[in-house]
Unconditional design. Structure first.
Length: 272
């Protein structure tokens, strides 16, 4: 398969103010992956042939397993998925390339899709949104929280409505998530979020992909990160809400009120 030309390719880059060794640990070890990517992660062994398994919850059947196809410490890591998840004779590669520039680490991610599939357009649109956030979260973890344990507070909401309507409602002040900011939010904007606290929590918009996803950095909750993702589908789909908290006591305090806030959000969205 090494001689095959990919049918689709996605490339993203990020610069991280950290050593290349720390970034390598974050992408190649289970504990590192669980701190910025999927909250459940394991690596069977270092080196080519090892298996990387990730899951967004502990439910049976929700895990995704890939094989390590390239292992060059501090240089190049490849995950290979030959399960045919996108159709017969399809495969997906994820390549991480690391270089050092002026004391900082540059990571280039290349996602390649091999074989014919009618689902590539939607798959790559969704994964571009997801990987944009995950690389942001990787930088936040390595630069600010390296070595700390992430505590995830998450919920997926089922919606039956058009994506554009759902997007506007999610960012509307009366719905119950973004209290102040409006639907024309851009990266760098400051907003108020309803997260079960007595008053709105101040947050900075980190990333926006309209009708796909939005991410917030919340400095006053120990630099927590909230990712809101509209998953695949046009008139029936799930919205994922993923709050990453890197302080155990704060996560314990917030878990119940945040989950109540997410439930209130779902009730308002379904009502509207």
């Amino acid at each position: 398969m090494s001689e095959r030309k990919p049918n689709r390719v996605l490339e993203l880059e990020i610069e991280i103010d950290a050593t290349i060794e720390d970034v390598w640990k974050a992408i190649s070890e289970g504990a590192g992956l669980a701190s910025w990517f999927a909250p459940v992660a394991s690596v069977t062994q270092p080196g080519e042939g090892g298996l990387v398994t990730v899951a967004w919850d502990a439910a049976e059947g929700s895990a995704w397993t890939t094989k390590v196809g390239v292992w060059k410490p501090n240089q190049h890591l490849r995950w290979v998925d030959e399960s045919g998840m996108m159709g017969s004779d399809t495969a997906i590669w994820l390549d991480y390339f690391l270089t050092t520039e002026k004391g900082r680490t540059r990571l280039r991610l290349v996602q390649s899709g091999f074989g014919e599939s009618e689902g590539w357009d939607e798959f790559f649109a969704g994964t571009e949104s997801g990987w944009s956030y995950f690389l942001y979260n990787l930088r936040l973890y390595v630069e600010v929280h390296f070595g700390q344990v992430r505590h995830m507070i998450a919920q997926r909401l089922k919606l039956d409505m058009r994506r554009d309507v759902a997007w506007d409602l999610l960012l509307a002040a009366g719905t119950g998530l973004v209290i102040a900011g409006g639907t024309a939010i851009e990266a760098g904007a400051l907003v108020g979020l309803a997260l079960g606290e007595a008053k709105p929590v101040r947050a900075e918009v980190a990333l926006v992909r309209p009708q796909r996803s939005i991410a917030f950095r919340i400095a006053e909750i120990h630099d927590a990160a909230l990712f809101v993702e509209l998953e695949s589908g046009e008139e029936s789909f799930h919205v994922g809400l993923w709050l990453s908290v890197y302080d155990e006591a704060t996560a314990a305090r917030l878990r119940k009120p945040v989950m109540a806030q997410f439930a209130l959000l779902q009730a308002k969205l379904n009502r509207d």
